[in-house]
Design a binder for this molecule. Structure first.
Ligand SMILES: [Zn+2]
Length: 209
């Protein structure tokens, strides 16, 4: 839902400061709780080791990012399952006048989230592997933001098989999903920088941001 706007884009107003704070505080709480309960807690090592923030695992998505997605789905929706997959998203949003989404949040079953990423589309635009991996992580975190904040406001569209794309995100909700994604990347890189500096090393986390 990277560009799922349903209304003309308004200029941001000062009232969005409160919304930004709300998103940031929730992102911080979820990330800290997730990190504290991770098998290698932050007291021992950063959840993301340097060089691994965007590294893909077997499913094609970063392992820790996927586990964070599962954690957020459990906390926000009370579900034990969260899915991710690659999918051609051409035409998934009939209100977007021919644009093709890079990622989209779907719903399967009663309230199981499924994040679809259009790998072919992203690859065509971003041929470099390392840059594309970063974008996959960020697209995933953007959709996790929708899971955390907007799930109940979105409505199922026409299903494909047993999954339906969730529609109706407002321009403000798109904004909030990117705030959330950027907050999590910032927190993860901050963890690395703090760990490195505490160990007397230079901050080598900069390629990760
Ligand atoms: Zn979106």
């Amino acid at each position: 839902m990277s560009s799922g706007a349903t209304a003309p884009s308004p200029e941001p107003g000062p009232e969005r400061v409160d919304a930004h704070t709300r998103v940031t505080v929730m992102a911080y709480k979820l990330w800290r709780d997730f990190s504290a309960n991770y098998p290698e807690p932050l007291g021992t090592a950063p959840v993301f080791r340097v060089g691994e923030l965007h590294r893909r695992a077997g499913v094609g998505i970063n392992k820790v990012a996927f586990e964070f997605y599962e954690y957020c789905a459990r906390m926000s929706l009370g579900v034990a399952r969260a899915d991710v997959g690659y999918c051609d998203l051409l035409g998934v949003a009939p209100d977007q006048r021919g644009t093709r989404a890079a990622s989209w949040l779907w719903k399967t079953g009663v309230k199981v989230p499924m994040i679809a990423i259009d790998k072919e589309y992203v690859t065509a635009l971003v041929p470099r592997d390392d840059q594309r991996d970063k974008i996959f992580t960020r697209l995933l975190l953007h959709e996790v933001g929708h899971v955390v904040f907007h799930w109940k406001d979105l409505r199922p569209g026409i299903p494909r098989g047993d999954a339906a794309p969730l529609l109706g995100a407002t321009v403000e909700q798109e904004e909030e999903a990117w705030w959330f994604a950027s907050s999590i990347v910032g927190l993860a890189v901050g963890d690395q920088a703090r760990r490195l500096r505490a160990g007397g090393a230079n901050d080598a986390a900069w390629p990760e941001i």
